[in-house]
Design a protein around this ligand. Structure first.
Ligand code: ADP
Ligand code: ASP
Ligand code: MG
Length: 916
């Protein structure tokens, strides 16, 4: 077996642990062929067990002299040329793919069943292992002794996996290597512990062990299946140059040279290579940084000019958005290199952002596949993604969305910036000097301000650097400020077809506006592959969901909070229960009742209340009602972009919350008349707010229950008609009473009958007083533009004066017959003139007045033709002057009122983008 030989040079102290108190040692190679490799400076080499590593000669090895085997391989060099090209298939298996012994076996099966002529397999560390390794370092560095037990856990994880997978010599050999490595690590971590400090190189050396172990185990398993396979420690092959920004740049030429050499010494048709790790040109072990195995695979693909690089992971491919955040995300069957790059750069961690460049150079496609779902075809990333794949609609200009959290915006502002060349350069050189990474830049063409996003952890240094760099300009007032806006996130929409497609940003911004999300900054490069917006961090997932559903026409989801599960509320809940599935399937509207609250108890749910059992659940699981907590809960979930509160009470306290809710972006839907008939100034503020924002306030059911009265009135006004008069029978109860007061029964008998039939409020005086009709009249008057208070409307009450103070409804009903003669006389008078009595509300728009009273109508008048509890409303307008526009139908009752509320909810859904 090849023994790689290195000299360990300790003189390069700056790169490693910086402790001057520890001894310096230098081991130089006695053979000219030995590679040189620097070890962490204070590391006690005696404990590295160099001899045993040399005998085994498998992995990244340190030696003090050249070996015989080294020379023999050298002799054969040049004989085996590295074949390159289509015969190679590269596979990369992520951490979860090799997370257990069973999964490692599955991976081996996939490798074996791939019938490519040659295969190069890049493997990550077992899942969580890299995190565990970083944790070891952090603990040792902060002098926390528990690094020892954590290292034992790492050892145990690999030990038990190996015991499951291997046997005989393979097992012995792997375990001896593992124990050897772990004892080295223990010594290294001890050194870090003593120094209380670690350098990046030292850390990279430690964390890369996960890949060394997984690659070796996998190669043993493949060999056990009778296939010839070599494992590759990629630190011997991949040469990368560190850059300033926690990244490395591959040195392709040098890596290719090393690969050719490696291959000539290890010719094989199957190579299992470590992901993530590499060496610097000085042979110092390094890594490709977190999640770098994808990048390793891409570099390998380029070095071998492979036919394809398959990246195996735990999802079916690249989704249109992070599937953990958007449950309706769809798999993208094909992406262009640019699209994949943009998606990964903007936080879709399914692919390391640097994976694309190496493969793009040779037009090598990448396929992302799910190891746990082999039937899924995955996502293909290649040069042009324009052609259709299996009928997938590729017409959507936006392919996917990604987000980056933990950002801050920096805004440099001042009138002195306009037209001054070099300002941007000065800003960004100051930012560069503190090593901060600028993620997005936006400058208005007025040149008045430059705004950019940096990682939150870097913003303090950036702001300080800018303050000091522009001290003079700030003092002189040429710059007004360097402002920091913390807690931001970026949301990026990516798609090659966005280029030169008009309207994409309009749709994007519209979706955000409708979800009531404020955009802090915007950037779109002229390649037009990406539109980036900066939003508040807490809005980010909601924003992502809102734009995703807008472009993918997935469901319009609304989180609903129902206040007042009384007669109307309960009926609405039942209607929602019965209709929910149809709405979801046929109309793509997903209504989730996240909370129901009465005056005493409330029921909250994280995912949506099971409406078939809501009243039972409210009893069993209800908690003490708290309106603030309730709305916070319904609105506070970040997963549903839209929230609506449905107020089914008649409570003015609840109504007084609407303004606040609308300000927070909560839509309000209600049959409660209190807000619109309450104090005029409050009403006007509410309507003004509604007009200014994209937050909706619907109250169709406040007048005429489910009848289209408000919407008809709006339609007339919006199309330029002028309201002259609205006159109508607005109370179902009073409609019923006068429709049936025909002389066959006394007035009190008819009232009792109406009460019996459930047409009246529990106390019929609430209907007979006319206040409710007064409220409806004021609502319509205000809707027509009249600025009236409720007290401006004279309301004729039908409750006889002496009975107004009567205690109970029962007493009132008992005494009502005493007044029957008055009403009988009025009816009789009307009858004699061929008329009927009707209790009506009138909005007199010409004279800016309103009134509620008992009137007489000719028997041929439409109001005289009513039956049951129907409402009738006549709009006299400039267009409908001769014949008024009449709306007539049942205007009271739980079913029709709840139906009116329900149709407001659906109107909201369509305003929010649900298909019509
Ligand atoms: P591996 O260990 O295999 O490299 P990663 O965890 O690095 O896997 O990447 C896969 C994960 O990326 C998925 O489990 C998924 O949760 C996440 N992810 C984020 N955005 C996307 C996206 N747009 N499409 C697919 N997966 C995504
Ligand atoms: N194991 C490394 C990490 O977790 C590299 C990778 O898996 O891509 O960061
Ligand atoms: Mg990954």
């Amino acid at each position: 077996m090849l023994m790689a030989a290195f000299s360990a040079t300790i003189s390069d102290s700056s790169r490693f642990l910086s402790s001057t108190s520890l001894p310096k040692r230098k081991i130089s190679a006695s053979s000219p062929r030995c590679r040189s490799f620097s070890l962490p400076k204070p590391f006690p080499l005696s404990r590295l067990n160099i001899g045993s590593r040399l005998e085994r000669g498998k992995s990244f090895t340190i030696c003090a002299q050249a070996s015989v085997s080294d020379i023999s391989v050298e002799k054969s060099m040049g004989k085996v040329n590295l074949p390159k090209g289509d015969m190679w298939a590269v596979h990369k298996f992520g951490g979860t793919c090799v997370g257990t012994s069973q999964r490692i076996k599955n991976v081996a099966d996939i490798i074996i069943s791939d019938d490519s002529e040659r295969k190069l397999v890049v493997v990550s560390a077992m899942s969580k292992v890299t995190d565990m390794m970083y944790d070891l370092i952090n603990k040792a560095q902060s002098r926390d002794d528990s690094y020892i037990s954590s290292l034992d856990a790492v050892l145990e994880k690999h030990n038990s996996t190996a015991l499951d997978l291997l046997d005989g010599d393979d097992l012995a050999s792997f375990l001896s290597q593992l124990h050897h490595d772990v004892s080295n690590l223990k010594a290294m971590l001890r050194a870090i512990y003593i120094a209380g400090h670690v350098t990046e190189s030292f850390s990279d050396f430690v964390v890369g062990h996960g890949e060394l172990w997984s690659a070796q185990m996998l190669s043993y398993v493949v060999r056990k299946n009778g296939l010839d396979c070599k494992w590759m420690d990629t630190r011997e092959v991949l040469i990368v140059n560190p850059t300033s920004s926690n990244q490395v740049d591959p040195d392709f030429l040098e890596s290719e040279r090393k690969l050719e050499k490696w291959f000539s010494q290890n010719p094989s048709k199957i190579i299992i290579a470590t992901g993530f790790i590499a060496s610097t040109p000085q042979n110092i072990p390094t890594t490709l940084k977190r999640d770098g195995s994808d990048f390793s695979a891409a570099i390998m693909g380029a070095l071998f000019r492979a036919r394809q690089v398959t990246i195996w992971t735990d999802v079916d491919g690249v989704y249109s958005a992070d599937p953990r955040k958007v449950s309706e995300a769809v798999i993208l069957r094909k992406l262009s290199y640019q699209e994949a790059w943009e998606m990964s750069y903007f936080g879709a961690n399914v692919l390391h952002p640097r994976t694309i460049i190496p493969v793009m150079r040779y037009d090598i496609p990448i396929v992302i596949r799910n190891i746990f779902n082999l039937s899924a075809p995955g996502t293909k990333i290649c040069r042009s993604a324009s052609e259709d794949v299996d009928g997938q609609n590729l017409d959507s200009p936006v392919k996917g969305f990604a987000t980056i959290d933990n950002l801050a915006l920096v805004n440099v502002e001042g009138t002195g910036m306009a037209g001054v060349p070099g300002t941007a350069s000065a800003i960004f050189s100051a930012v560069k000097d503190v090593g901060a990474n600028v993620i997005m830049i936006s400058q208005a063409s007025s040149e008045h301000s430059v705004c950019f996003a940096v990682p939150e952890k870097e913003v303090k240094a950036v702001a300080e650097a800018l303050q000091s760099r522009f001290r003079q300009a700030l003092d002189a007032g040429r710059l007004s400020q360097v402002a920091v806006i913390p807690n931001c996130s970026i949301l990026a929409a990516v798609g090659q077809k966005m280029a030169s497609t008009p309207g994409v940003s309009a749709t994007l911004f519209n979706a955000l506006a409708k979800a009531n999300i404020n955009i802090r900054a915007i950037a779109q490069g002229c390649s037009e592959y990406n539109i980036t917006v900066v939003v508040k961090r807490e809005d980010c997932i909601r924003a992502l969901r809102a734009v995703h559903s807008r472009f993918y026409l997935s469901r319009t989801t609304i989180a609903i909070g129902i206040i007042g599960p009384g007669l109307i509320g309960a009926t609405l809940l039942d209607q929602l229960r019965d209709q929910a599935a149809v709405l979801k399937e046929e109309f793509n509207i997903d209504l989730r009742v996240m909370g129901i609250t009465g005056s005493r108890t409330m029921l909250l749910s994280e995912v949506g209340i099971d409406l078939s059992r809501w009243s039972e659940l409210l009893k069993q699981k209800g908690q003490v009602a708290d309106l603030e907590k309730f709305t916070q809960h319904v609105h506070g979930n970040h997963f549903i972009p839209n929230t609506a509160v449905v107020d089914c009470t008649a409570d003015s306290n609840v109504a007084s919350c609407y303004h606040d809710w609308l300000c927070k972006g909560i839509h309000v839907i209600t049959p409660n008349k209190k807000a619109n008939s309450g104090p005029l100034d409050k009403y006007l503020k509410l309507r003004a707010l509604q007009r200014q924002s994209y937050t909706h306030y619907f109250y169709e059911a406040t007048v005429g229950a489910g009848l289209p009265i408000i919407s008809t009135l709006r339609g007339l006004l919006e199309t330029g008609d002028r309201i002259l008069r609205i006159e109508g029978i607005f109370s179902g109860t009073l409609s019923y009473i006068f429709n049936n007061f025909t002389g066959t029964r006394t007035f009190s008998e008819v009232v009792a009958e109406a009460k019996e039939a459930g047409y009246t409020e529990p106390d019929p005086r609430d209907d007979l007083s006319g206040t409710d009709v007064g409220r409806k009249v004021i609502i319509l008057a205000r809707e027509s533009g009249l600025k009236l208070e409720l007290s401006d409307i004279p309301v004729q009450t039908l409750v006889p004066e002496p009975l107004r103070a009567t205690e109970s409804a029962e007493d009132f009903m008992k005494q009502l017959p005493q007044f029957d003669t008055d009403m009988a006389k009025e009816r009789q008078d009307a009858e004699e003139s061929g008329e009927v009595l009707r209790y009506v509300g009138v909005v007199d728009a010409i004279n800016q007045k309103g009134v509620v009273e008992l009137r007489r109508y000719s028997k041929s008048h439409p109001f005289a033709q009513l039956s049951g509890s129907d409402n009738i409303i006549a709009f006299t307008t400039t267009r409908y002057k001769e014949q008024p526009l009449i709306v007539r139908g049942p205007g009271a009752g739980a079913q029709v009122t709840a139906g009116g509320v329900f149709s407001d909810i659906l109107r909201l859904a369509s305003y929010l983008g649900a298909p019509s």
